[in-house]
Design a protein around this ligand. Structure first.
Ligand SMILES: [Zn+2]
Length: 726
C-alpha cells in the first residue's frame, strides 16, 4: 500500500524552530563510525564493502521477472507459490531457520462485480483495463479488473450522486445543496492530496450511502495521450487504482482478531462486531468508466473546486439511476509470512528485522515486488557473509509479509504473536514497500534512526557515480523547490520524521513502539496512474521505472548496510537529539493550529522536549568518548545498549490513544485519511476542543519526555564514567 501525503511539507517545517536551532549537528563519520570503536569501524567498513559487492542488476532483473510472472494477491494460489519461492531462495542462499508462518485471517477477493447506468442512457461499465500488444502481461486472463478488498456484497438500484473527494466537508456541501445521499450510490474521486479510500468508505457509510464508487480523475493522474501507455509511462484512460477499504486506522490486521494473532483456533469476533470491517459496498473504476456517469447524472452544477479534468460540467447528480452489484468472496483464509533468521554471535537477544510484503494487487512490479527483489539481494549478501564465517553480532530476521494490501495483515498478526519478545528485543524494524519506481530516494523514520540513515547514504553509490547522499540531497532540494517549500536541505531534515504509517512498519511503530524506517526510490511517473493498476508490471519497470535495475541494486545496498551497521555496532547508533528537536517542532505546529499554547502546560512540554534534545546530544558525545577511550568493556556496553533500547519503549502508553487502544505510541499515529499524525492523543483532543482529554494526554506525554531525559542523562553519566575509568 504505502501511499503517503505529497512530499511538499517536510519534517521540522516550523520556521521558528529552524531559525533558533543550532547548525546541523548530526554526527558525521569523520569522527568515526557512529556506534563503533575505531578498530571495529575498520572491520565493519570492510564487511560492508563485501556486502555491497553482492547484489547485481542481472539477478534483480531475473528475480523481479519471477515475482511478477502472474497476479498474486493475498489468498491466491500464486502468492502461496511465491511464499515457497522466497523460502527456497533463502535456504539456498544459506539463511537459517527459514519457516513459513500461517495465519488464518479474513480475506476478500472478488467473485463478480457489475455496474450499469439504467437511465437516462444505458451504459455498462467495463471495470477492466485495456491490454496492449507490447506487454502481453496486460492481457493475462487471470488479471481481475477493478475491485476493493473488504467491500460488502450486495446489489442496489439507485440514483447516483457525485461527492468530490468523499471527505466529510464534501458531504456538507451536498447537504447545503439539498442533496441527501441516503440510499444512493456515491461517486467520488481519488483526491490530491491523497485521502485513504477506506476513509472515503467510512464517510459514505456514516452518511447512509448505499454504495461507493471511487475513480481516478485525469485532473489528478496527469493524463495526456502522448505520455500514457504504451507511448509513455503513465496509465491510460482505463487504468484502475485498486485498494482496500479496511478501517485499519482503527485497528489494522485481521478485523476479526483486533490486537491478538489469528492463529488456528484463535477467538474471533463476528463480522458484525468488527469495527475495522466496512459495511458498505464499494468498487474502484477508471475515468473512462466514470465519464458517462458524470456526463448523465444530472442535478445542479458542482462547485468550481469540484470540476475535474474531463471535458464536461461536473454536476451533483441525483437524477440518473445506476444498478450496482458486488459479490465478494470474503472468508477466513490462510496467509503466509515467510521468516528467516541469522542468530547473532554475541547479542542474540537484540534483533533487527527487515521486512517487505509479497502480496500484490495484480503483478505488483513496484508495489511490492521491487522491495522483495531488493530483500532477496540483501539476503544473498548476508548468506555469503555467513558462509564466509562473518556472523553478525546481533540477530537479523528477514520477513516476507502477506496481505499487506488488505489491512497490513501479515505483519500485524506476526507482531501481535511475538509482541512480548519484540517489545524487549527489537532494535529496529527496517521496512521497504515500494522499493523502486524511479530515482528519488525517500526515507521516513523515527528521528533516532535518522542520523544513521544519513551516514549510510554516504557509504553507498548512486548510479550517477556520486554518493547516494549527494543524489538524495539534490532530489529533496528539487522537490522542495517544485513545492515552493523554502526550507534549506540539511542532514537533519533529509529523513522524513512525520511517518505515514500506511505500510508494514505500522505494527512495529504503533503497537510495539519500536524504532522503524521505511525507504524506497520514488518518482518515475508511477503515482498515481500506475500505482495499484495492472500496468504496475515487469514491462513498466524494465521500460520506465528502472531500466538498468541499478536502483534495485542500490536499494539492496542501502538496506543491507543499514541492517549490518545496526547488527554489528558496539553501541547501537540510535541518536536522540533530533528526536527532541522533532517533538519540539510538532508542539510548535500544534500551537500554531490550535489553542494548545494557552490551554495546556505548553511551556513545560516545550522545555521537556528541549531537555530531550540536549540530553540526546550529551549522550551521543559521551558514547563517542567512551568508544574512543577503549575502556567501554562488555558490561558497560551492555548497560549503554539496554538504556538506548529502552528510550523508544518509553513512548508507549499501554492504554493507547483515546478511542484507538491499539495505537500506543504517544508521538506517532496516523489520521483516518492516512495523513501522518504527531502527538496523536494531544493533537486529536486539541483539535476537537476537548481540553480535559488534551490535558490528560499532555501529562502522559510530559511524563514520557521526563522519563527519557532522565534515562539519557544517566546514560551519558555512565558513559562518561566508563571513558574515564582506569
Ligand atoms: Zn505495498
Amino acid at each position: 500500500m504505502m501511499r503517503h501525503r505529497p512530499r511538499a511539507a517536510p519534517a521540522l517545517i516550523a520556521p521558528l524552530l529552524l531559525a533558533a536551532a543550532a547548525p546541523a549537528s548530526v554526527a558525521a563519520p569523520a569522527t568515526g563510525l557512529s556506534g563503533f570503536t575505531p578498530e571495529h569501524a575498520v572491520a565493519e567498513l570492510a564487511l560492508e564493502t563485501r556486502l555491497t559487492a553482492v547484489p547485481s542488476a542481472a539477478e534483480a532483473r531475473a528475480v523481479l521477472r519471477e515475482l511478477t510472472a502472474e497476479p498474486h494477491p493475498a489468498g491466491s494460489a500464486r502468492n502461496h507459490e511465491l511464499a515457497e519461492y522466497v523460502a527456497d531462495t533463502w535456504r539456498r542462499q544459506g539463511l537459517e531457520n527459514v519457516v513459513i508462518r500461517r495465519y488464518d485471517v479474513l480475506n476478500s477477493l472478488p467473485r463478480s462485480i457489475a455496474l450499469e447506468m439504467l437511465s437516462p442512457v444505458r451504459y455498462t461499465a467495463a471495470l477492466r483495463e485495456e491490454g496492449f500488444d507490447a506487454d502481453p502481461d496486460t492481457r493475462n486472463p487471470r488479471v481481475r479488473g477493478g475491485w476493493v478488498s473488504m467491500s460488502a456484497s450486495g446489489e442496489v438500484t439507485a440514483p447516483i450522486v457525485y461527492a468530490h473527494g468523499g471527505n466529510p466537508e464534501d458531504y456538507a456541501v451536498l447537504a447545503a445543496s439539498g442533496i441527501d445521499v441516503r440510499g444512493k450510490v456515491v461517486l467520488v474521486r481519488y483526491s490530491n492530496p491523497y485521502s485513504y479510500r477506506g476513509y472515503k468508505a467510512l464517510t459514505a457509510e456514516r452518511h447512509g450511502a448505499a454504495a461507493l464508487l471511487i475513480y481516478s480523475d485525469p485532473a489528478e493522474d496527469g493524463y495526456r495521450p502522448e505520455t500514457a501507455l504504451p507511448n509513455g509511462p503513465r496509465g491510460p484512460a482505463s487504468h484502475i487504482q485498486r485498494g482496500a477499504i479496511t478501517y485499519d486506522f482503527i485497528t489494522p490486521g485481521d478485523p476479526l482478531t483486533p490486537g491478538w494473532p489469528s492463529l488456528p483456533g484463535a477467538r474471533r469476533l463476528s463480522p458484525a462486531e468488527a469495527t475495522s470491517l466496512p459495511k458498505i459496498m464499494a468498487t474502484v473504476i477508471s475515468w473512462q468508466d466514470a465519464r458517462p456517469l458524470l456526463e448523465h447524472m444530472g442535478g445542479p452544477p458542482a462547485p468550481a473546486a469540484w470540476q475535474g479534468g474531463l471535458p464536461l460540467t461536473y454536476r451533483l447528480g441525483g437524477e440518473a439511476v445506476v444498478h450496482f452489484r458486488v459479490d465478494m468472496d470474503t472468508r477466513v483464509q490462510p496467509i503466509e509470512v515467510v521468516e528467516a533468521r541469522i542468530t547473532g554471535a554475541e547479542v542474540p537477544d537484540e534483533w533487527i528485522v527487515l521486512g517487505n510484503h509479497r502480496d500484490a494487487w495484480e503483478f505488483g512490479a513496484v508495489d511490492p515486488s521491487s522491495g522483495t527483489t531488493a530483500l532477496l539481494g540483501v539476503s544473498h549478501a548476508l548468506g555469503d557473509l555467513l558462509r564466509a564465517g562473518r556472523r553478525p553480532r546481533r540477530t537479523l530476521i528477514l520477513c516476507s509479509w502477506d496481505a499487506e494490501e488488505v489491512a497490513l495483515t501479515g505483519s500485524t498478526e506476526w507482531g501481535e504473536e511475538f509482541a512480548g519478545e519484540l517489545r524487549r528485543k527489537l532494535v529496529a524494524y527496517l521496512n521497504v514497500d515500494e522499493g523502486v519506481s524511479g530515482p528519488d530516494f525517500a526515507v521516513s523514520a523515527v528521528p533516532s534512526l535518522a542520523p544513521l540513515l544519513v551516514d549510510v547514504s554516504r557509504s553507498v553509490e548512486d548510479p550517477s557515480g556520486r554518493p547516494l547522499y549527494a543524489a538524495w540531497r539534490e532530489s529533496v532540494r528539487r522537490k522542495r523547490a517544485e513545492a515552493h517549500v523554502e526550507l534549506p536541505v540539511t542532514d537533519a531534515n533529509l529523513v522524513e520524521t512525520k511517518i505515514p504509517g500506511s505500510s508494514d512498519d505500522t505494527v512495529f511503530l504503533s503497537f510495539l513502539v519500536r524504532p522503524t524506517m521505511t525507504a524506497g526510490f520514488e518518482g518515475g511517473d508511477y503515482y498515481p496512474s500506475v500505482y495499484h493498476s495492472v500496468y504496475d508490471d515487469f514491462y513498466w519497470m524494465e521500460h520506465f521505472g528502472d531500466p538498468g535495475f541499478r536502483y534495485h541494486v542500490l536499494m539492496s545496498q542501502f538496506w543491507g548496510v543499514t541492517a549490518l551497521r545496526l547488527a554489528n555496532a558496539d553501541v547501537v547508533p540510535l541518536d536522540f537529539e533530533l528526536y527532541g528537536r522533532s517533538i519540539a517542532g510538532f508542539l510548535d505546529e500544534l500551537s500554531q493550529r490550535t489553542a494548545a499554547a494557552s490551554q495546556l502546560p505548553f511551556a513545560r512540554l516545550r522545555r521537556a522536549a528541549a531537555d530531550l534534545e540536549r540530553a540526546g546530544a550529551e549522550a551521543r558525545g559521551a558514547i563517542r568518548a567512551a568508544l574512543d577511550s577503549g575502556r567501554l568493556g562488555a558490561d558497560g556496553e551492555r548497560r549503554l545498549n539496554a538504556a538506548l533500547l529502552q528510550v523508544e519503549g518509553n513512548w508507549r502508553d499501554p492504554a493507547g490513544i483515546p478511542h484507538r487502544p491499539w495505537y500506543q505510541h504517544v508521538i506517532y499515529a496516523k489520521r483516518f485519511n492516512y495523513d501522518p499524525l504527531q502527538l496523536p492523543g494531544v493533537t486529536e483532543a486539541a483539535e476537537a476542543g476537548d481540553w480535559r482529554t488534551a490535558r490528560a494526554q499532555a501529562a502522559t506525554l510530559e511524563a514520557a519526555l521526563r522519563r527519557n531525559v532522565a534515562l539519557l542523562r544517566a546514560l551519558a553519566a555512565d558513559a562518561t564514567r566508563l571513558a574515564a575509568a582506569r
